[in-house]
Design a protein around this ligand. Structure first.
Ligand code: HEM
Length: 182
């Protein structure tokens, strides 16, 4: 369980939830704060509103060149300047999962340019993807982004561009949670 994480909505936690909006499908219940914690065997010490679990994993679609470009440009989580965050859990449709790997790659990058668009926002936006489709979770992915307040406008632009892609037509549930360290 060393790479498995819980993202917990509750009345405690380092991150304040500034906004919580359903984008497609059902949302999540209102919570005041959010914690990201490595999953341990000990239970949550206090009652929680919701808890999403996911694990870090390998890349699925990126080419050698994309992997190298990402590694050269991306920065890690936890930068002192990054006092804003977004958590956007996403579930894709059965139609997406019925496709073959090469068909998904074609939609994800050749048609939707997901990585190419995202690269425009590095290193300002730091990211972590958690996979949860195989964990019996309500979402397939939990996406997590951290940025400085002055990059909040750029982040909105990024999200708008991605939501306008063919890839996004395969998304059947998406919730947008915005956070601040305060
Ligand atoms: C900060 C800029 C971004 C970059 C550089 C980026 C890049 C990537 C990369 C490299 C992957 C994994 C590809 C693979 O498995 O080989 C990925 C997956 C994913 N990203 Fe992004 N991304 C960015 C922003 C976003 C945003 C803002 C969202 C949500 C609104 C998002 C949602 C996702 C999802 C749901 C996946 C999993 C897709 C799947 O496996 O079907 N990404 N992204």
């Amino acid at each position: 369980v060393h790479n498995r994480f819980a993202l917990v909505g509750a009345d405690f936690g380092a991150w304040t939830i500034d906004a919580l909006k359903p984008v497609r499908g059902p949302g999540l219940d209102k919570a005041a704060r959010l914690t990201v914690r490595r999953l341990a065997s000990d239970p949550d010490p206090h009652p929680v509103v919701w808890r999403l679990e996911g694990q870090m994993s390998n890349l699925r679609y990126a080419t050698r060149r994309e992997v190298s470009d990402l590694r050269a440009r991306q920065e890690g989580l936890g930068r002192p300047s990054a006092r804003r965050a977004a958590m956007i859990p996403i579930k894709k449709s059965a139609a997406w999962w019925d496709l073959a790997q090469d068909e998904r790659r074609a939609i994800f990058e050749d048609q939707s340019r997901h990585t190419a668009i995202g690269m425009d926002y590095l290193p300002a936006i730091a990211r972590q993807l958690y996979h949860c489709r195989d964990l019996g979770q309500p979402f397939d992915f939990i996406t997590w982004f951290e940025y400085a307040p002055e990059h909040a406008v750029a982040f909105e632009d990024l999200v708008a561009r991605l939501r306008d892609t063919r890839e996004w037509t395969y998304i059947e549930r998406e919730v947008d949670v915005r956070l601040a360290l305060a």
